[in-house]
Design a protein around this ligand. Structure first.
Ligand code: IVH
Length: 675
């Protein structure tokens, strides 16, 4: 006879498996396909139920449960792993001529009557990794190392949400190869935070990805949002495809994220055209590529071509030349950030670089300027770190005229005159003035920004005016503003004043995670804010938390913890928060206290065109308040496309797929009856 415990455990396991399957499925939709079908809170609810079950019945735990993505404990160091098949690297081509030479050699291996097809892929600028699955379950993951032996970074790779923990089919044994990378956005966000914290910056997304995967604490890896594209198979003891393109399809079907920009060619001229196309369009991609990879499609031909000591003869990397430009430093000025960090910035003679005109470049800090010996008036070599952040690589001292000026960090804050300090061992200089208007200004602009409290109409200029007029001195003061305070401001007519006051009032209902993000706590970005909001459910509970509780939350590392604790210890900050609460700003998680109910739960909306009465953010907030979800891609899973004036291609796609289309009036009727 089975005991009660055994019976309960069986039931728990059954439910846990059901939840795991559901969570895996939604995770795949969200991170691999970018087509979420359920609202975040429904996902979070399932995750919490699963966590509870696994805690109550430790025997049902499983290393590939979605709760175990950030399950690993910090390590002392990494152990090594032998790759089952060697990880080769690619030979490079730098010109059209090199590609033609490669093609010629491939053709020499063709049998009479045979033709060659090439698959051309993006060459993702990240870090080569190998993943090994047994019976469809992830077993280990490793860096390339010397090609034979790599480092075991399984725990870190599992934190990458697009890496499947279980495959869609139980293939007996599979070793896959891919590129782990840091998307451009995550890279610039990470470096911004590091700059504010006075920490050394990563030179490019590749270094950032490498540093992140070699982190000993998987929670830190998880917080940095890496991603992974899979591009090939190492060892496979399942059914083996005979074309590279079929291998990519198989990998997709198994649940891996395969870069969609691969294309098949049977003609080298078209390959070359495709390479040239991406050389200029690469800046539009959300991740960095440093070239393209040509691969012979037929695996039979690949085998026949074989490999040299270093690289296969059936593939080649076409590398882009790095984008650089030369221009002159007109001046160097200092920007004061939210946390008081003084960042020197170079004003440049405008120059075309990586797809945009650049007229400013961050100089990061004093040491960087000194090391590179950058002077006002210098000709300098510029590039964009991560394709985004303009940076000076070097000065060109041989071009000096003698009239260049050496720059040094001001001793007093250019905004408030307070003393500037540079703490021992830190690269950043900081303004020490608590009420520095520049810090206040940056903080307020952040508070009102689109992803924070989303106060439409409260941009940098109006915020600056409000501060200099002395009508506000912290974010909570916004909620006591009246028309009389605003009307005297320059360029604010009666209508704008009315709109601004309405936007400020509406922001009181912003979700808790937005509020937490808006507070501008160092290191607490949007993701951390969401996690904290989900964990605590109210600002009050977050404020009275402990260091111990914080460090135990997945993805909240020691640095974020320290910063949160010190933020809430500060009397000034507590005062502002109390004022916000008094003003009636929402400090609860909508899950527990959703004003709009769950009427649109499970419904996925896509917005296109301009709506007359709602900004994008407002329409999105409205749907979310009612429990719905807004995404940007129309698919068969989309419930409604809301089309305003001049709708884009999403409208056509909706027609194509037969997704219901709502006009603004219908959207209004659908949502407002619940409010
Ligand atoms: S194929 C034996 N495909 O580029 C062939 N590599 O030396 C193995 N890379 O670090 C490489 N994107 O990780 C291939 N679509 C792609 C790639 C790619 C990036 C990296 C690879 C390695 C380097 C090639």
């Amino acid at each position: 006879m089975k005991s009660d415990l055994e019976l309960n455990q069986e039931l728990a396991l059954e439910r846990a498996e059901e939840l795991r399957r559901e969570l895996d499925k939604h995770n795949y939709r969200y991170y691999v396909l970018d087509e979420p079908v359920i609202p975040d809170d429904q996902y979070d609810q399932m995750m919490r139920e699963l966590e509870r079950l696994e805690k109550e019945f430790p025997a049902i735990a499983s290393p590939h449960s979605p709760t175990q993505r950030v399950g690993g404990k910090p390590r002392e160091g990494f152990t090594t792993i032998h790759h089952l098949t060697p990880m080769q690297s690619l030979a490079n081509a730098f010109s059209e001529g090199d590609l033609r030479e490669f093609d010629r050699r491939v053709r020499q291996a063709l049998l009479p009557g045979e033709t060659v097809e090439y698959v051309v892929e993006m060459k993702i600028d990240g870090l080569a990794v190998s993943l090994y699955y047994q019976d469809g379950v992830i077993t280990w993951g490793a860096t390339r190392g010397d090609g034979q032996v790599g480092e075991d970074i399984t725990d870190n790779l599992k934190t990458i949400m697009s890496v499947p923990l279980r495959l869609h089919q139980k293939v007996p044994e599979l070793e896959v190869r891919g590129e782990a990378f840091m998307p451009k956005k995550s890279f610039s966000r990470l470096n911004e935070a590091r700059e504010e914290a006075g920490e050394p910056l990563f030179a490019n997304p590749r270094n950032a990805a490498a540093g992140t995967l070699r982190q000993l604490d998987p929670r830190v890896t998880a917080s940095r949002q890496l991603d992974l594209f899979v591009y090939g198979i190492g060892l496979n003891r399942g059914e083996a495809p005979d074309k590279h393109e079929a291998a990519l399809s198989l990998l997709s079907e198994l649940g891996f994220k395969v870069n969609p920009q691969h294309k098949l060619f049977n003609n080298l001229d078209e390959v070359i055209e495709y390479c040239q196309h991406w050389q200029t369009r690469r800046f539009d991609l959300p991740y960095m590529i440093d070239g393209l990879v040509l691969k012979v499609n037929s695996l039979t031909l690949q085998k026949r071509l074989g490999a040299t000591m270093k690289s296969p003869r059936w593939a080649i990397a076409y590398k882009f030349p790095p984008e650089r430009a030369i221009t002159r430093v007109k001046n160097i000025f200092v920007r004061v950030g939210r946390t008081g960090v003084l960042t020197p910035t170079a004003e440049l003679e405008p120059v075309q670089l990586a797809g945009t005109t650049v007229s400013k470049a961050t100089l990061h800090n004093e040491d960087n300027i000194r090391e590179k010996d950058i002077r006002i008036g210098d000709l300098v070599l510029v590039h964009k770190a991560g394709d985004i952040i303009p940076e000076i690589l070097a000065s060109l001292p041989e071009k000096r005229t003698g009239r260049e000026e050496i720059w040094s960090m001001p001793r007093q804050c250019p905004a408030c005159g307070s003393q500037v300090e540079r703490p021992e061992g830190e690269a950043a200089a900081r303004c020490t003035g608590m009420a520095c208007p520049e810090r206040l200004w940056e903080g307020l602009v952040h508070f009102a920004s689109r992803n924070a409290m989303d106060i439409n109409g409260l941009g940098p200029a109006v915020t600056g005016q409000l501060l200099s007029a002395g009508v506000i001195s912290d974010p909570a003061d916004l909620y006591t503003l009246s028309a009389a305070d605003l009307l005297p401001l320059e360029r604010l007519g009666a209508k704008s004043v009315q709109n601004l006051l309405a936007a400020i009032a509406a922001s009181k209902n912003a979700s808790l995670d937005r509020l937490i993000f808006a507070l501008g706590i160092r290191h607490v970005g949007e993701r951390a804010a969401k996690i904290l909001a989900g964990h605590y459910g109210s600002l009050d509970r977050l404020m009275s938390t402990t260091r111990e509780e914080l460090v135990n939350i997945p993805e909240i590392g020691p640095k974020i913890t320290a910063s949160i604790v010190s933020f809430f210890e500060n009397d000034q900050n507590r005062k502002v928060i109390n004022k916000l609460i008094e003003a009636g700003v929402n400090t609860f998680n909508e899950k527990e206290d959703r004003a709009g109910g769950n009427h649109l739960s499970g419904q996925v909306f896509v917005l296109t065109g301009t709506l007359e009465n709602y900004s994008r953010q407002q329409a999105k907030a409205l749907v979310e308040r009612l429990g719905g979800k807004v995404t940007s891609i129309v698919s068969r899973n989309t419930s409604y496309v809301v089309a305003g004036e001049n709708p884009g291609s999403k409208y056509d796609k909706a027609l194509d797929l037969g997704v219901p289309i709502l006009n603004e009036k219908e959207f209004k009727e659908m949502t407002e009856k619940y409010l």
